[in-house]
Write a protein that binds this ligand. Structure first.
Ligand SMILES: [Zn+2]
Length: 469
């Protein structure tokens, strides 16, 4: 059995067989570009696979060395990759700049850090492993733009033919000239390797006189500048001192360009990755630095606690109680991961979990309650009552005690809201109830939340909370 086959049989032990088969076919028969920065959400849609299982299988295959994980910081404006990192640890706190859009950004893990998978060169060599040899449009598609920009053959033909005046491959250390006819439009001379941009505001009366412009690419990122010119001929002198091949490309920054790069498709975000059970299990402490704090704008926290567990131990004895508590954990953990959540930690008989969307948390909460009823029935006991609280809001992703954890008032409130429950009712907060998809979940089950004012320990003001009876 070859090394790769051996890795696949190991992969099959931990990942969904249908997804593993699809990955094996991709590695065997896929085109090179399909194995570069795989967008797992897109992949699972194309192959009719369950998203969570596909993410999990790709994570396991990354652990086995079949794929390399990439964390790409994206420009929200153009979808370009402003920084490609092999670990979240390498994320810079605030200095990402898009030359094409002339804008600076903070890397938001909510929706601007893409997680992608590229086949490892030992498994299969693809063109993108040597980006400096990629043809110019392949470089744009595979290296510059993220897997979230929805390009197809037609849109690339439009980009190359209608949006671009000229493009050139300029090897390191060389000089060249471009002769252009400037139209009455805004022009961007963009270089995707060094991320340099020169803007030309073309306006005024057309001229027959040849205008001149010189651009030098160097190792220091070229500042973005704007010059004004008239419609007519331009001689563009280019010099490459960047030490790598550059690809100066002259774009007409009009409607067609904005339309092309404005088409987006869903991609796997860093936030979703942090709230993925397989990622937490497989990559454990290896995802953030001890001094790193990632701001998350919105995350949903679900806390559970087993009611009266001390009394339970008293009543049925340690052995039977341990067995029951273990069965309860098993059921909760399975529900959390199948509802796209992840367990951050268990504290005694309590669980802290995160979900990317509040509707997933509420669906999990309702299933947990039903699962506890079922378990109680099976065991002929009335002892398994789980108190549940859910809250959504901003937080910080941090490392605490060698674990990727969360910090902030949202976390505190979620824990306090859980403690309001005295029996099987679930307590949720306004931000959770206000999510349209949550209202849908409740409506479908004909559940009417009961509004209450609650004083939460350690929280200054009384809060409006809702009981899900
Ligand atoms: Zn941009």
């Amino acid at each position: 059995m070859s090394d790769i086959q051996a890795q696949f049989s190991v992969l099959k032990q931990t990942a969904d067989a249908k997804v593993v088969d699809a990955i094996a076919r991709l590695i065997e028969d896929g085109e090179d570009h399909e194995l570069n920065r795989v967008n797992v959400l897109d992949f699972s849609r194309q192959h009719g696979l369950d998203e969570e299982r596909a993410i999990s299988a790709f994570l396991h295959s990354a652990r086995l060395g079949l794929f390399d994980l990439g964390w790409n910081v994206l420009c929200p404006g153009c979808g370009g990759v402003l920084g490609a990192h092999s670990t979240l640890k390498a994320l810079r706190p605030d200095d990402y700049h898009c030359a094409l859009c002339a804008c600076g950004y903070k890397a938001s893990v909510d929706d601007q850090v893409e997680v992608s998978f590229t086949v490892n060169p030992r498994i299969r060599r693809i063109a993108a492993h040597d980006p400096d040899a990629l043809p110019v449009w392949e470089y744009f598609k595979q290296v510059f733009w993220s897997s979230g920009v929805d390009f197809n053959k037609e849109s690339f033909a439009t980009l190359a033919n209608e949006v671009t005046l000229d493009t050139m491959e300029l090897p390191a250390g060389e000089k060249a000239t471009m002769s252009l006819q400037l139209p009455n439009d805004f022009i961007i001379i963009f270089e995707p390797v060094t991320h340099a941009a020169q803007f030309i505001d073309v306006q005024g009366e057309p001229t027959k006189e040849r205008q001149q412009l010189a651009i030098m690419y160097n190792k220091v990122r070229a500042p973005t500048g704007t010059t004004t010119m008239r419609p007519g001929p331009l001689r563009l002198s280019l010099e490459n001192q960047a030490g790598v091949r550059v690809l100066p490309s002259v774009f007409i920054a009009a409607e067609a360009l904005h339309h092309l790069i404005g088409k987006r498709k869903p991609f796997l975000t860093a936030k979703r990755m942090l709230s993925n059970q397989t990622f937490r299990d497989v990559f454990k402490a290896d995802n953030l630095n001890i001094d790193q704090r990632l701001q998350i704008t919105s995350l949903t926290f679900l806390f559970t606690d087993l009611k009266g567990s001390t009394a339970l131990y008293e009543r049925v004895g340690d052995l039977a109680a341990f067995d029951l508590v273990r069965a309860h954990f098993h059921a909760l953990l399975e529900i959390i991961s199948s509802e796209k959540g992840a367990v951050v930690k268990t504290i005694g008989d309590a669980v802290m979990a995160t979900f990317v969307r509040p509707e997933h948390a509420i669906a999990a909460g309702l299933r947990m309650r039903a699962a506890m009823d079922e378990l109680s029935k099976q065991r002929g006991t009335a002892d398994l009552i789980v108190k549940i609280g859910i809250h959504e809001g901003p937080c910080l992703a941090v490392m605490l005690n060698e674990r990727q954890d969360y910090f902030g008032q949202t976390v505190n409130i979620a824990a306090r809201v859980q403690s309001l429950s005295t029996a099987q009712e679930i307590h949720i907060t306004g931000p959770v109830l206000d999510a349209p998809a949550v209202a849908e979940v409740l409506q479908r089950r004909a559940i009417r939340p009961i509004q209450k004012q609650a004083a939460l320990r350690g929280i200054a003001d009384k809060m409006v909370v809702y009981e899900i009876p």
